[in-house]
Ligand binder design. Structure first.
Ligand code: COA
Length: 259
C-alpha cells in the first residue's frame, strides 16, 4: 500500500497519510510521497482545495517514525554544511497558494503537528490530541518551532515545544490551534463541507488573497501593499473577476473557472 493516498473529487484533493498500523508515523516513503502529493495538488488545474487527514480511526500522525530513527544511517549531506533553505515540502515552505485543510482525526504529534500548522484550516476531532514530544526523546523541533508561534502565540508555542506533553482538543481550541472541534465521526465530513464552501469562491482570488496574507507577515508594509496591488491587477484581468460581478447583476451563482 502507498504510504500516502491522493485522490480528487469535485475540485477537492484528498490526501491521506496511510500507515495506520503505526498511527501514520512519518518514515522516508511517507515524506517522499507526501511531497509528491502536494506537488500533484499544486499542479492539478482541476483541484482547488486540499484536505489532508490520517488513515484509520486513531491518528492523524504520531510524528516521526521513532523505530526507524536510530536504524537508518544519516542521509549524506545533500546541501551545504550550513543548511540552505530547501522548502521542498509543505511544512518547510513549498509554495502552495490553494487553500489547505487538515482534518485531524486523532493523535497529532511532532511532524504531524508541524504539518497541520502549515495548513490554512484545522478541523479537529474532539478525541484529537496534540504535542511536540521531540524534547522528550532528546531531539529538537525546528520547523514546528518556527511555525507554531505564528499560529498559537509564543507562550502557547513554548508550552507545546519545551514541555512536550500532549494537550487535548479543548486546549488546542483555546490556543487557536484548532479552528473547530467536531464530533469524532464527522471530522472528515466537516472538512469536506468547508472545502466545498471554499470552492464556491473565485479560486484565483482565493489564491491571491492567501498568498498576500502569508507574504504580508514577512514583508515590510509598503512592499506588501505594492506587491498586492500588482497581484490585484493580474487577478482582476481574469475571466473569473468579470464573472463574479456579472453573476451578481444577473442575480445568479457565479460559475468560476480558475481562468
Ligand atoms: N513511530 C513508530 N511507531 C509508532 C509511533 C511512531 N512515532 N507511534 C506509534 N507507533 C506504533 C506503536 O509502536 C505501535 O506499534 P505496535 O503495535 O507494533 O507496538 C502502534 O503504533 C500503536 O501505538 P501504541 O503506542 O500501541 O498506541 P497508544 O494508543 O498506546 O499510544 C501514542 C499512542 C501516540 C501516545 C504512542 O504511540 C506514542 O507515544 N508514540 C510516539 C510519539 C512520538 O514520540 N513521536 C515522535 C515525535 S518526533
Amino acid at each position: 500500500m502507498p504510504a500516502v493516498l491522493y485522490e480528487t473529487r469535485d475540485r477537492i484533493a484528498f490526501i491521506t497519510l496511510n500507515r495506520p498500523e503505526v498511527l501514520n508515523a512519518f518514515n522516508r516513503e511517507m515524506h517522499q510521497q507526501l511531497r509528491e502529493a502536494w506537488l500533484a495538488f499544486r499542479e492539478d488545474e482541476s483541484a482547488w482545495v486540499a484536505v489532508v487527514t490520517g488513515a484509520g480511526d486513531r491518528a492523524f500522525s504520531a510524528g516521526a517514525d521513532v523505530k526507524e530513527m536510530g536504524q537508518r544511517r544519516e542521509e549524506p549531506v545533500r546541501r551545504s554544511f550550513w543548511e540552505t533553505w530547501f522548502g521542498d515540502d509543505l511544512q518547510t515552505g513549498l509554495d502552495v497558494w490553494k487553500p489547505t485543510i487538515a482534518a485531524v482525526n486523532g493523535y497529532c504529534l511532532g511532524e504531524g503537528l508541524t504539518l497541520i500548522l502549515a495548513c490554512d484550516f484545522r478541523i479537529v476531532s474532539e478525541r484529537a490530541s496534540f504535542g511536540f514530544p521531540e524534547v522528550n526523546l532528546g531531539i529538537p523541533t525546528i520547523v514546528g518551532a518556527i511555525r507554531a508561534p505564528h499560529v498559537v502565540g509564543l507562550g502557547n508555542a513554548l508550552e507545546l515545544l519545551l514541555i512536550g506533553d500532549r494537550v487535548d482538543a479543548k486546549r488546542a481550541y483555546e490556543m487557536g490551534l484548532a479552528q473547530r472541534v467536531v464530533p469524532h465521526d464527522s471530522v472528515r465530513a466537516e472538512a469536506e463541507t468547508l472545502a466545498r464552501r471554499l470552492c464556491r469562491n473565485g479560486p484565483l482570488a482565493v489564491r491571491c488573497t492567501k498568498e498576500m496574507a502569508y507574504r504580508g507577515l514577512q514583508l515590510p508594509f509598503p512592499d506588501a501593499v505594492r506587491m498586492g496591488e500588482s497581484l490585484r491587477r493580474v487577478a482582476t484581468s481574469s475571466e473569473d473577476a468579470r464573472e463574479g460581478p456579472r453573476a451578481f447583476r444577473e442575480n445568479r451563482e457565479p460559475q468560476f473557472k480558475g481562468r
